[in-house]
Design a binder for this molecule. Sequence first.
Ligand code: FPP
Length: 232
Amino acid sequence: MAVEERTECPIAHIAFIMDGNGRWAKKRGMPREFGHRQGAEVFRKILRRCCELGICASTYYVFSTENWKRPKKEVDAIMELLERYLDECEREMEKNDVRFVFLGDKSVFSETVQKKMLHIEDVSKKNRYIANLALNYGGRSEICMAVNKLIDEGKTNICEDDITGALYTEASPPLDLIVRTGGDLRISNFLLWQAAYAEFYFTDKLWPDLVPTDVDMIVENFTTRNRRFGGV
Ligand code: FPP
């Protein structure tokens, strides 16, 4: 779809819990890393579709603070996919007008990876469609990080807007919808603060089976939701 065809989308901010890579690989008699590789391909396609649909921000749960507990072979494979993707980001940001933001504590990554992330965030700052990649991310630790940042700034009476503005997602509009693939019905420490009034969409589809038109269908489903934000 050409940029000029992009219209206002009912969803400003969508988030994905990309679950099911391991099971997708197992079904094919392949190692879990094979599923993550396919998962990364699907991530590329879904991000592009979100941009085509005019969704201002899309957030992806790539690697949680808890995912380090996985076998080294699997962690290494995900990190390799991440590094490969970081090398593609500049092309992606130009082609699809993407602004990349990396959510999470970057300090655990190598100097080289940290530098790449900061560079990508910096050079894509002016772009239109935000892609938030959650890496070494945890929702509870994000809230602690935000509160500590405010304390460091000398804030004494912290309000909700202060915390919202100190989170990793400060550049993104309020979260409208969280999509979780893979059949589980839980939030897994993802965007805990931002989820306060978000809608949820759960599907049994495994992440590597998701196709771009599923996003169209999910957007359509979202338009049927009656959002009351605690009112009537
Ligand atoms: C959850 O599925 C998936 C992850 C923990 C990793 C997500 C990673 C990707 C989609 C690929 C990397 C993406 C980029 C941008 C480099 P699972 O492994 O828990 O699946 P299971 O529930 O079937 O075991």
